[in-house]
Design a protein around this ligand. Structure first.
Ligand code: SF4
Length: 497
């Protein structure tokens, strides 16, 4: 095989991650933006490799599976030319920069974050020294608009955690600082949080908008300083992460070290109250900030697109002149810049491709499972597809105003969904699933016992029908209803029967 570098714990593009059904390749698309020429090249390679579908991941990356061979050297060169692979292969393993997928088109955003995505991606791609960072080093950028990256969504399963979380906030001018005179006239600032242990930790620091790249450079430099002096982890190939850094150094020592490199980039400021976003805000038809234009958020069941759908979407985008496809961290995509007069026709064409601009009542996420992952106990993708087909027949989904989140995972690692799930199905060794309900903070709070694969839709149908009948009002979320029922002394295990 012509792989360029050795495999990493996280999939990438320069090394194939071996799976039971061939190799898995992950292509980074910074900020989830996929241009027409990038999309066309990927469709061409899929055709050449006999790859009939791709998957949008929960970081807005693209994944190709079941590959029998490494891409040719010419394809690696083309990937780099198209901006789909790093010029320095050793840093390509670092995670995709996650950003609001509606950046630049959202009427409510405080700032268009796309220039930062580009500048930060360029910074990372040029720094060979960053290969020392763990593959899970990640940056999230929230423009403060209607579609939130971070924890602004009222649906905790939509939350996304990045080791460095930058959120644009309205500036109230109440920042201290030790840095007199720095950017006093800015109407927005950038709030810094650090992601570790599946939560975001407020740093009490604000970054002036014109210092974002310098601030991230300083944070990575201080991270590298920590890694240089920390004991290596006992497991070969694993690197210390932000969670270790914060445990060993603490927040303030880390921030002091970063501030040492860029004193003007970090201002002390009171934590902003981040404006909540709406749930599932990225789906459906929405007006853009550009008058006369709209965007459509398209739900992709399990994040998957067939080759024919990819080709059809690219044709549609070319015909409407709608710029890049935008991949979201919720395994969906956005077609943007559609003249409002053409929205109906685009919806029709999406339907002809088997895609929908409606908000799906079931937000199902499933990890690779069997046969793709060697750690898997169950065929999560197959079982999730069956649930998607059967569950709507068990329940009247039209009464579910807010999508219900179901996460199928074939081991506790939970690759498909880092955030707390409403309903979790954990595959077990005997090819059954263990059913858990979450409390909004944790996926595993209420243990409802084992369910045979063949009974999944029946049992979940019972639980969801009960929810539809007993919730207080349509606004009571599934999780809130579960919590209320448990506090009222209901034996949740009986919901299985
Ligand atoms: S959650 Fe476990 S079984 Fe599923 S893809 Fe990740 S490692 Fe494999």
């Amino acid at each position: 095989m012509n792989w360029i570098i050795d495999a990493n714990p996280c999939p990438g593009v320069f090394y194939g991650t071996p799976a039971q059904d061939g190799f898995l390749l992950r292509i980074r698309t910074p900020g989830g933006q996929l241009t027409l020429s990038q999309g066309r090249a990927i469709a061409r390679w899929m055709e050449a490799w006999g790859c009939d579908r791709l998957q949008v991941t929960n970081r807005g990356n693209l994944q190709l599976r079941s590959l029998g061979q490494a891409p040719s050297p010419e394809i690696f060169t083309e990937l780099k030319t198209l901006g789909l692979a790093s010029p320095i292969p050793q840093v390509d393993q670092l995670r995709n920069i996650m950003a609001s997928p509606t950046a630049g088109i959202d009427p409510q955003e405080l700032l268009d974050t796309r220039p930062w995505v580009q500048a930060l991606d360029e910074f990372i791609q040029q720094q060979r020294q960053l290969e020392a960072l763990p593959a899970k080093f990640s940056i999230g950028i929230d423009g403060g608009g209607s579609v939130a990256i971070g924890t602004r969504s009222p649906l905790s399963w939509e939350h996304r955690y990045n080791e460095i979380q930058l959120s644009v906030v309205a500036s109230d001018g109440a920042n201290d600082s030790e840095n007199d005179g720095a950017n006093e006239d800015s109407s927005v600032m950038v709030h810094l949080a650090l992601g570790a242990g599946k939560q975001l930790h407020d740093t009490g620091r604000l970054i002036p908008p014109d210092k974002v790249v310098e601030a991230v450079a300083a944070l990575t430099q201080a991270y590298l300083d920590y890694l240089r002096h920390a004991e290596p982890l006992p497991k070969p190939g694993r690197k210390r992460r932000m969670t270790h850094l914060l445990a060993d150094w603490g927040l303030e020592q880390y921030l002091d070290q970063a501030t040492h490199y860029q004193p003007q980039a970090f201002l002390r400021g009171k934590p902003p109250s981040l404006t909540p976003s709406a749930g599932a805000a990225h789906l459906g038809v929405h007006r853009q900030r550009q008058p006369g234009f709209a965007y459509i958020g398209v739900d992709l069941p399990l994040g998957q697109l067939t080759l024919a759908q990819v080709q059809g979407l690219l044709e549609l985008v070319a015909q409407v002149g709608s710029g890049p496809l935008r991949l979201t961290p919720w395994q969906s995509l956005i077609v943007a810049n559609i003249p409002e007069t053409q929205v109906e026709s685009v919806l029709q064409q999406l339907q002809e491709l088997g895609l929908s601009g409606d908000v799906s009542p079931l937000a199902i996420a499933a990890c690779t499972g069997k046969p793709g992952c060697s750690a898997a106990t169950t065929a999560t993708q197959t079982d999730a597809r069956r649930l998607l087909a059967e569950l709507p027949q068990q329940i009247g989904v039209e009464t579910l105003e807010t999508p219900i989140n179901i996460h199928l995972t074939a081991c506790p690692k939970s690759c498909a969904q880092p955030s707390p799930a409403e309903i979790t199905l954990l595959g077990t060794a005997d090819e059954t699933y263990h059913l858990y309900l979450g409390d909004g903070q944790d996926s595993w709070t209420y243990d409802l016992g084992s369910v045979a694969v063949g009974d999944l839709s029946l049992v979940l149908g019972r639980v969801l029908t009960r929810y539809q009948q007993h919730r207080r009002a349509s606004e009571e979320s599934f999780t809130a209803w579960v919590r209320r029922s448990q506090q009222a002394g209901v034996r949740l295990q009986e919901w299985q029967r």
